[in-house]
Design a protein around this ligand. Structure first.
Ligand SMILES: Cc1cc2nc3c(=O)[nH]c(=O)nc-3n(C[C@H](O)[C@H](O)[C@H](O)COP(=O)(O)O)c2cc1C
Length: 323
């Protein structure tokens, strides 16, 4: 997660038992990526070499892919843009690759190219994405499509709106082999996000978030067409539509307003990228604690629901109530 996940966060996730990724998709140069990765390995202690991966995006340059391969992490994450060639290179280097996908077709292509894991990201997700479909509906479609094509060895992970143990248990029920959390980790002690942004997470509920392309249209990063992002709505995002205005003058004025707001850290203008699972975040803990507590809660919930009769009344298709 760009601007969120540095050595502190990635290593804390690894210590908790997860795979922590450095948000390196927009790294400025080879030296800074190398330094950050080494710092993360040191901070991760025994788990660093096994569980700290490098996160890339598919449109920011071959040199980043080459560098990530040279660092030989236990996993590389890639998404967005034309990433077919990077996947081939990473695969050739023997590094497990996780590909975040936004459609069933993309999931199949990623599996064909040799992805070790496919991350099916639904529309509840925070930050950037393109899936118009909810995690609840998208994940089973990906599970069924990869099964039908015989890709049994490809792990399917679910992303989008997952922030607590119940939601992790739910995606296991959908057939996922694991869960990816973004927003939940952006709201941790080790996240590079400012304290003010973390406070926004604590105050927000799902309905406060919305998807928009406005920030990307007005920003400097050339996000590919069809991609937008989910934010906690603020005065700026709610006042100017979900795409930039076509008129040059208006666009220029909004660009200046956004640049100023970002520089000043004005959160009524600048974005706080957030998934719809934000309503499940009630405290700013360490990422290590989050991984452990979410996993414990997921296991407890799975035990609870597997050991009991269906705890609610279901409407029988024939009309009657079934207990
Ligand atoms: C603040 C923030 C920044 C993110 N940055 C990136 C990024 O640079 N690259 C990427 O592949 N995904 C990025 N994501 C998406 C996450 O990797 C993940 O797929 C997503 O957050 C899952 O949805 P959730 O936020 O509801 O947990 C970001 C998400 C957030 C919340």
């Amino acid at each position: 997660m760009h601007g969120v996940s540095g050595a502190e966060l990635a290593s804390s996730v690894a210590k908790g038992g997860g795979i922590g990724f450095l948000g390196s998709g927009f790294a400025k140069d080879k030296v800074s990526l190398h330094r950050e990765y080494n710092r993360a390995l040191e901070m991760g202690g025994n788990h660093g070499h096994e569980r700290i991966g490098i996160g890339l995006v598919g449109f920011t340059g071959d040199w980043l892919v080459e560098m990530a391969i040279a660092l030989s992490p236990p996993a590389i994450w890639i998404t967005f843009g034309d990433y077919n060639e990077p996947i081939r290179k990473i695969k050739e280097a023997g590094i497990p690759i996780m590909v975040m996908v936004q459609s069933v077709e993309e999931a199949v292509t990623a599996a064909e190219l040799g992805a070790s894991a496919v991350v099916a990201q639904g529309s509840e997700s925070g930050g950037h994405g393109a899936a118009p479909i909810s995690t609840l509906c998208f994940v089973p479609e990906v599970v069924d499509a990869l099964k039908a094509k015989g890709f049994d060895e490809v792990a399917i992970l679910a992303a989008g709106g997952i922030a607590d143990g119940r939601q992790v248990a739910a995606v296991f029920a959908l057939g996922a082999a694991g869960a990816v959390m973004g927003t939940r980790f952006a709201a941790t002690k080790e996240s590079m996000y400012s304290d003010e942004k973390k406070q926004r997470y604590l105050a927000a509920k799902a309905a406060d978030t919305h998807r928009t392309r406005l920030y990307d249209d007005l920003g400097a990063v050339p996000w590919p067409a069809g991609i937008d992002g989910r934010v906690i709505g603020n005065t700026f995002s709610k006042s100017h539509g979900t795409v930039a205005p076509a008129e040059e003058e208006k666009q220029k004025a909004l660009k200046e307003k956004l640049a100023k707001g970002q520089q000043e850290g004005d959160l009524d203008v600048a974005p706080v990228w957030s998934g719809a699972g934000v309503g499940q975040i009630h405290s700013i803990d360490s990422a290590e604690e989050v991984v452990k507590s979410v996993w414990d809660a997921a296991c407890a919930r799975m035990l609870e629901i597997s050991g009991k009769n269906v705890p609610f009344r279901m409407l029988h298709p024939g009309g009657g109530l079934r207990l």
